[in-house]
Design a protein around this ligand. Structure first.
Ligand code: SAH
Ligand code: SF4
Ligand code: F3S
Length: 450
């Protein structure tokens, strides 16, 4: 079995759950695709380009399939969920289509596939389906790991396909989260990233779809666990275990969460807070649930409670009806905030979303490209300014592995999630090392241990 993952961290984490489910029924993992009798693509639908990449990858398997008559190809993840049966009609090389909540059914589905049928399961669930599974860590550096804490999303941003591909939002039992992280610590891991589409709305109240806290009975309220409380629980597992999380939503991040981050040394001072646009008019069309002022207020609160907190963004440029003024609002918001880092995209219309049904994708391709490059260039300058501010300071870096460029150097990250390169000396992955920063570019810090 060979698994290839695309898209967000959640997919990479799901692939580890899939490997675990299949290893229990005798499938052996290989990193050599030409050796495999089963190829899985864990797919992403977020932008059209992501789907095109998968389509051409599938076509490239034609040769492998003609050489190996036993070879089966399975499509998993968000694109499987979005296209369902249509996938089998459109892609003749595919034998199996399985959505993000149906992986426990894989052993059964594979029995049908191996007897020559084509199989589909794209059922979505109202429970966190995989809490009891201990993932098999794939391509691991043995230092950092992802841990899913919730699934799905109820937010219905008008541009986004995720609510359709991942279903209703539901949180995972905190006890199983603590158990998984404790095991990771005992296995030598020193950093976990808690994953969810909207971690700030994590709420455990015994299982089931997301519910408003105020609608819980008094008994349930008392025993419920919100994101801040979950962070405290996991931070207390061991002070040498670093905690990160992704993604925070500006409408839901509370002062309580920000205070918890500042209170625990091992919760990293880094928040990924997607803004999407600096224009309140566009934010409203996107149904983001906040406006420009609200976003800037959240940034100010973060910087008041956690000075020097690393902050990154996601921005979608050229959403439906975006004018030059809206675009300039995004640039001026970037100027006002000065983000440390960012992920920037052109708007890509997704079938069946509200934006596709109701609004016009009316910014021309040329204008989209020009606006996106202006945003990317501004971010590059800001990242460089922010990184230069770090030169001369000393930070605790968790070593993750050898630097790609040289065996004499290691790399790790600071609390702000900044990649830092330094001479190896006697250090090894998993060590915490104090690094004095000597130099930087817009993407990386360079330093020396002290
Ligand atoms: N749940 C996260 C985002 C997950 S998707 C959140 O709400 O912050 C990751 C990023 O992809 C989004 O933040 C957005 O910037 C981008 N994205 C989502 N849909 C998109 C689309 N239709 N076109 C372009 N970018 C998109
Ligand atoms: Fe998509 Fe919005 Fe949910 Fe993020 S919060 S996954 S952008 S619908
Ligand atoms: Fe892509 Fe699905 Fe993640 S659409 S970004 S893989 S939730």
């Amino acid at each position: 079995m060979y698994i290839e993952s695309y898209g967000c961290a959640m997919n990479f984490s799901d692939s580890e759950i899939i490997a675990s489910i299949l290893s229990k029924v005798g499938y052996i993992q290989t990193s050599d695709i030409t050796n495999a009798d089963l190829i899985f693509l864990n797919t992403c639908s977020i932008r059209d380009k992501a789907e095109q990449t998968i389509r051409s990858r599938i076509k490239s398997f034609k040769n492998l399939k003609s050489k190996n008559s036993k070879l089966k190809i399975g499509v998993l993840g968000c694109m499987a969920e979005r296209l369902k049966n249509k996938f089998l009609e459109e892609e003749k090389l595919v034998d199996l289509v399985v959505g993000p909540d149906a992986y426990k059914d894989l052993p059964e589905l594979l029995k049908s596939v191996n007897s020559g049928e084509r199989a589909v399961n794209v059922e979505l669930s109202l429970e966190e389906t995989y809490g009891d599974i201990s993932p098999v860590r794939l391509n691991s550096n043995n230092v950092t790991a992802f841990v899913s804490i919730m699934r799905g999303c109820d937010n219905m941003c008008t541009f986004c396909v995720v609510p359709f591909t991942r279903g209703r939002e539901r949180s995972r039992d905190p006890e199983t989260i603590v158990q998984e992280i404790t095991k990771l610590y005992n296995d030598g891991y020193r950093e976990v990233t808690l994953l969810g589409q909207n971690v700030d709305s994590y709420l455990w109240y015994g299982g089931g779809p997301k519910i408003d806290f105020n609608k819980l009975s008094e008994i349930k309220k008392a025993s419920s666990v919100n994101f801040s409380q979950l962070l405290k629980k996991v931070a207390k597992i061991n002070s040498n275990m670093r905690i990160r999380f992704s993604t925070s939503h500006p409408k839901d991040i509370t002062d309580e969460v920000i205070n918890t981050i500042s209170k625990f040394e091992n919760i990293c001072n880094y928040i990924h807070l997607p803004v999407q646009s600096g224009s309140s008019r566009i934010l409203k069309l996107m149904n983001r649930g906040y406006n420009r002022d609200w976003y800037i207020n959240r940034i100010n609160k973060i910087r008041e409670i956690i000075p020097n907190c690393g902050i990154s963004h996601d921005i979608i440029s050229s959403f439906c009806t975006e004018s030059e003024k809206d675009h300039n609002d995004t640039l001026s918001l970037m100027e006002e905030v000065k983000f440390d880092y960012g992920y920037m995209f052109k708007y890509s219309e997704r079938p069946n979303t509200k934006a596709a049904r109701k609004f016009k994708d009316d910014v021309s391709e040329n204008v989209k490209s020009r606006r996106l490059s202006e945003i990317i260039e501004k971010q590059r300058i800001h990242s460089l300014i922010k990184n230069r501010e770090k030169v001369g300071n000393t930070y605790k870096v968790l070593v993750e592995g050898k630097s790609k460029k040289s065996n004499d150097f290691l790399y790790g990250r600071t609390t702000h999630n900044l990649v830092t390169i330094f001479p190896k000396k006697k250090f090894s992955p998993g060590d915490y090392v104090k690094i004095k920063i000597k130099d930087c570019n817009s993407a990386t810090l360079f330093g020396e241990s002290i």
